[in-house]
Design a protein. Structure first.
Length: 179
């Protein structure tokens, strides 16, 4: 009888240790996720602030900014519609609007997709011609087992590059974002 009690006590102690260890692992993982999310938010804010600072400095030095814009005529992303079909093997596609004033121009586009701050693809730069409506299509065939939560579009024209970052919803279907 005494041996049974000792055995029961030992089993209870082992169960308690396992529960405590599992709880510690879960708490640590949640803290790491929270830290990663905070770091991603900071990175996106820094990217947005950099773009805002560039825009501010461009308006402050109007003469040099106007000259650079006039000579390069760099198309700018006005909106982008991202499409996920839910199949992890087909990648992602985007229709990017750069304005009808850029119709007929050939631009180079690369779209980088991220999930929780981690890159999901290594895109190839694609040369595309802007349609009469000002839009171009871009498809990345990289298999992505999860929906991206952020996309960065890089447009290069006449040696100049512009980047726009968009936050995405993690779901199947289309979502349109405006710059």
């Amino acid at each position: 009888m005494r041996d049974d009690r000792i055995l029961i006590i030992c089993i209870c102690i082992i169960i308690c240790v396992v529960v405590i260890a599992a709880s510690a692992i879960i708490i640590t993982d949640n803290q790491k996720d929270a830290e990663n999310q905070a770091q991603n938010t900071t990175t996106v804010q820094q990217t947005n602030n950099t773009g805002n600072n560039q825009a501010s400095s461009g308006s402050n030095s109007a003469s040099s900014s106007s000259q650079a814009t006039t000579t390069s005529n760099l198309p700018s992303v006005k909106s982008a519609t991202f499409y996920s079909d839910g199949n992890p093997n087909t990648g992602e596609s985007a229709t990017i609007n750069v304005g009808s004033e850029n119709a007929g121009k050939t631009i180079n586009i690369a779209v980088y997709y991220y999930r929780d701050g981690n890159p999901m693809n290594t895109p190839s730069t694609q040369a595309v011609t802007v349609g009469q409506d000002g839009s171009v299509s871009y498809t990345d065939y990289t298999a992505m087992p999860k929906y991206p939560d952020m996309a960065e579009i890089d447009i290069t024209y006449n040696g100049n590059t512009e980047s726009k970052t968009f936050s995405l919803g993690k779901y199947k279907g289309s979502q349109t974002k405006y710059a």
